[in-house]
Design a binder for this molecule. Structure first.
Ligand code: 13P
Length: 349
């Protein structure tokens, strides 16, 4: 199957009432791990690359590796997504390359660190929406600011400093016409999200539910959604690592989100933990080994296991064969004619 528009993939997820994991990649083994899991569980999938990943792997390598994944797995719908674009130019460069979806994270200024004003966010996001939709490419925006830092992008802090205001979320969706909306509900990027298991007072699920009630047809996105499982932390520490005790987002909370409009769930840290643990184990137990395949193979397998588990937990498993790809050209026509309306349905308070 050719790469599909993320809009099509999320519309299908909304129809089916499930969520779709968006997994970050930097290299071939991570792409293979995701595709192995998608094949095993028959899941549609979003593969996403941050600016840091595009720099690390070089655009062309990463792009062609993902194209190879699509070519080798014609039965799996794959959307290729720019994670946390910091400017119009970053999003344009991804679209020019062939990405089928971009995130314009206008919640921060172009430096990727300083919170932007609502007006600045609307202006840059709308500019990206106009450019992207003309080309059939999906746009995710962000309102509110996540905590933590990932690949040098992020405001830092706890994640509770800029929780999304539901009224602003409605206004933002109306003014920009984004296809998907990332909201801040207390999560943050990275391994150190919470110093104890988060309960309802830490993770603002009530805010998420309030936003979904006002924007029932808008695809919501949960960033910073790694669960940071203790068993993955333990493997790293058992083999010489030094992770401090930490908690992530419980899968039950993500599932509550999925029942309330969350369609895209971003996961990176859990996969990093799984790979690093597997590599440490090999190097610790067999220090005489030096062939990268000796540790990259178990690392790839460990990541595939985590991704397959998340695909099952998010409900996307079994849905790969539900639909055929609609071409990006047709999607562009849909935006133009209004068939793919980007004006959100807004419910009364
Ligand atoms: P985690 O660090 O929780 O995996 O979040 C990843 C993310 O949100 C990427 O945008």
């Amino acid at each position: 199957m050719p790469l599909v528009s993320m809009r099509q993939l999320l519309d299908e997820a909304a129809k089916g009432g499930y969520g779709v994991g968006a997994f970050n990649v930097n290299d071939m083994e991570q792409i293979q791990a995701i595709m192995g899991a998608a094949k095993e569980t028959k899941s549609p999938v979003i593969i996403q690359a941050s600016r840091g990943a595009r720099q690390f792997a070089q655009d062309k390598y990463l792009f062609h590796l993902i194209l190879a994944a699509a070519e080798l797995n014609p039965e799996i719908p794959i959307a290729m997504h720019q994670d946390h674009g910091n400017s119009f130019e970053t999003c344009k460069s991804a679209i020019d390359l062939g990405y089928t979806s971009v995130m314009m994270d206008g919640s921060l200024k172009e430096d990727g660190k300083t919170p932007a004003s609502f007006e600045e966010n609307v202006a840059v996001t709308k500019r990206v929406v106009d450019f992207a939709h003309e080309r059939g490419v999906t746009v995710e925006g962000e309102i509110g600011v996540l905590g933590g830092v990932e690949d040098g992008h992020g405001a830092g802090g706890t994640g509770l400093e800029h929780v999304t205001d539901p009224d602003q979320a409605v206004e933002f969706a109306e003014l920009t016409g984004v296809d998907a909306l990332a909201i801040a509900i207390g999560t943050s990027h990275g391994a150190y999200k919470f110093s104890k298991k988060p309960d309802g007072s830490v993770l603002k699920m009530d805010v998420l539910i309030a936003i979904h009630k006002r924007l029932p047809n808008t695809h919501l996105v949960m960033h910073g959604s790694s669960s940071v499982p203790k068993d993955l932390q333990d493997v790293i520490n058992q083999y010489g690592g030094k992770l401090k005790e930490t908690w992530g987002v419980p899968v039950e909370e993500i599932q509550l989100g999925i029942r309330n409009g969350v369609r895209k769930i971003n996961v990176d840290t859990d996969n990093r933990l799984a790979m690093t643990g597997a590599i440490r184990k090999v190097l610790w137990e067999t220090p005489e080994k030096f062939d990268p395949r000796d540790y990259m193979k178990p690392a790839r397998e460990a990541m595939q296991k985590v991704v397959a588990q998340r695909m099952t937990q998010f409900g996307q498993a079994g849905h790969a064969g539900d639909y055929q790809a609609v071409s990006i050209v047709e999607i562009a026509k849909g935006y133009k004619s209004g068939a793919l309306s980007t004006q959100p349905l807004v419910a009364a308070k």
